[in-house]
Design a protein. Structure first.
Length: 470
């Protein structure tokens, strides 16, 4: 029992949110498995056109995370997320009435944009809701719950597909749309309890006793490593954070390895049984559920997160080597090598996921957390666009493809770590250059003051130039 407690979020509000997220992810699992089959069998859309729609929807998903984060900073994460959940419920309800390729394409693109925006605002909401040292643990718990729910939904979708008929598909779509309303109700309940706590709490002399989640994330500070307090309002002006985002997008190629490359590679490049794909993906899911939350204990703070990302590179490179070695191997040896490669890939995936989110929120100025996390999630969405073509166009060509993928992992890790290097120095530099208009950042007039008594070993203080670039 003591072992299981570490999987339960410490924040009561996060525990409540996790229960609703479980329901939401069950609906998502149903939808993800049912939609392709429905479009091909009921709407009679060719599989090639389905792929084109999915690709177009992924491109549309690039445009929404950043403005969604900006809205969360401006109006508060809770109301923006609530609005997105209502809109997603309405949009996914539209699949109940789809009867043509054009309708499917339009609704799919809209839903993908809303999904990417919602992911950014959810992260911002957790940053607001959880204490500083609990943020990565809270997000890991929510990701774990999501994996469990998706697995349940995928199994349930198999039953609905076996039943067959348009009604079975529509029932699954309806459950998915309703799941967003369950999550919406939970968010509103958390907000009502929070406001009730603010009303009954004794007034504090300096600051609120309960964080205001309808304001920007800077209103909710917790224990743990201090976040970056200064920095430009636009993350695009923070070159280190842009580099962090780009490196993360490249390292996220492990996601496309699992869900795009692995099934195609097993079928086209190896003599492995085709039925092995399912157990390999299940192995990844089970290991992810088991290890992601415990890993957060070693990622607290920028230095620990950088160390975790450095460690993540080792199993990712090892997985590439084992995949390449398994291609010419006898079948039994190949099965063992591929299973070991999936274990290493899963280890690298989880080390990267936990460490990257820790850096993403620790290196973002608190009052601009939404837009910084929005940019970070643009990188996540970008990988969903360029990842699958890279897998099919490069890695499927043979062992040299695995070598190229290993080089990409190394380059991504290097860029990510470079974006997070010297965090203390970077924090000081960002704090010196604020988003205050330049006319208010002029050097103050000199006022004669008595010279201080010299102290042995002390050096004169220096003032950073206001033209210093971030």
């Amino acid at each position: 029992m003591r072992f299981l407690r570490r999987y339960v979020p410490r924040e009561p509000q996060i525990r409540t949110l996790a229960i609703a997220a479980l329901v939401d992810s069950i609906g998502s699992g149903l939808f993800l498995a049912l939609l392709p089959v429905f479009v091909v069998t009921e709407l009679h859309v060719p599989a090639v056109q389905v792929g084109l729609v999915v690709g177009a929807a992924s491109v549309f998903g690039l445009v929404s995370p950043f403005p969604a984060g900006h809205l969360a900073d401006r109006f508060g994460a809770a109301p923006v997320w609530s609005g997105l959940l209502v809109t997603r419920a309405a949009c996914y309800t539209g699949f109940l009435f789809v009867d043509s390729l054009v309708q499917y394409a339009v609704i799919a693109c809209l839903c993908t944009m809303l999904d990417r925006a919602s992911g950014t605002v959810q992260q911002t909401y957790v940053v607001c809701l959880a204490a500083g040292s609990n943020r990565s643990e809270s997000m890991a718990a929510l990701r774990t719950v999501k994996n469990i729910g998706l697995s349940v939904g995928l199994v349930g979708a198999g039953g609905l597909i076996a039943i067959g008929g348009r009604g079975a598909f529509l029932a699954g779509f309806a459950v998915n749309a309703a799941s967003y309303l369950v999550l919406l109700t939970t968010v509103r309940t958390i907000e009502r309890r929070r406001r009730a706590g603010m009303a009954t709490a004794a007034p504090a002399p300096v600051q609120q006793a309960v964080p205001d989640l309808t304001a920007s994330p800077s209103a909710a500070h917790g224990a743990g490593p201090p976040p970056v307090l200064g920095g430009p309002a636009s993350p695009l002006r923070n070159r280190a954070y842009v580099l962090l985002t780009a490196g993360n997008a490249i390292l996220l190629l492990h996601d496309s390895v699992l869900f795009t490359l692995l099934p195609l590679w097993v079928i086209t490049r190896t003599s492995l049984p085709h039925g092995l794909v399912g157990p390999l993906l299940a192995l990844n899911t089970v290991l992810t559920v088991a290890v992601q939350v415990p890993l957060t204990r070693w990622s607290d703070g920028v230095t620990a997160a950088r160390r975790m990302l450095l460690l993540a590179t080792v199993p990712l490179l090892g997985a590439c080597a084992l995949f390449a070695a398994s291609e010419p191997a006898p079948q039994l040896v190949a099965i063992l090598l591929v299973a070991a490669a999936v274990v290493l890939l899963t280890a690298g995936e989880n080390l990267h996921t936990v460490g990257a989110f820790e850096l993403a929120h620790q290196l973002a100025p608190d009052r601009f957390a939404g837009r910084y996390l929005g940019l970070f999630n643009v990188g996540v969405s970008a990988q969903m666009v360029f990842g699958p073509p890279v897998m099919t166009g490069l890695v499927l060509r043979g062992p040299l493809g695995w070598l190229g993928l290993a080089a990409a992992f190394a380059a991504g890790a290097g860029a990510l770590l470079a974006g997070a290097r010297d965090p203390d120095k970077n924090q000081t530099r960002l704090a010196r250059r604020s988003d205050t208009p330049r006319r208010f950042r002029s050097r103050p007039p000199s006022i004669p003051v008595p010279a201080p008594t010299p102290v042995a070993g002390a050096s004169a203080p220096t003032v950073g130039s206001t033209s210093e670039q971030t």
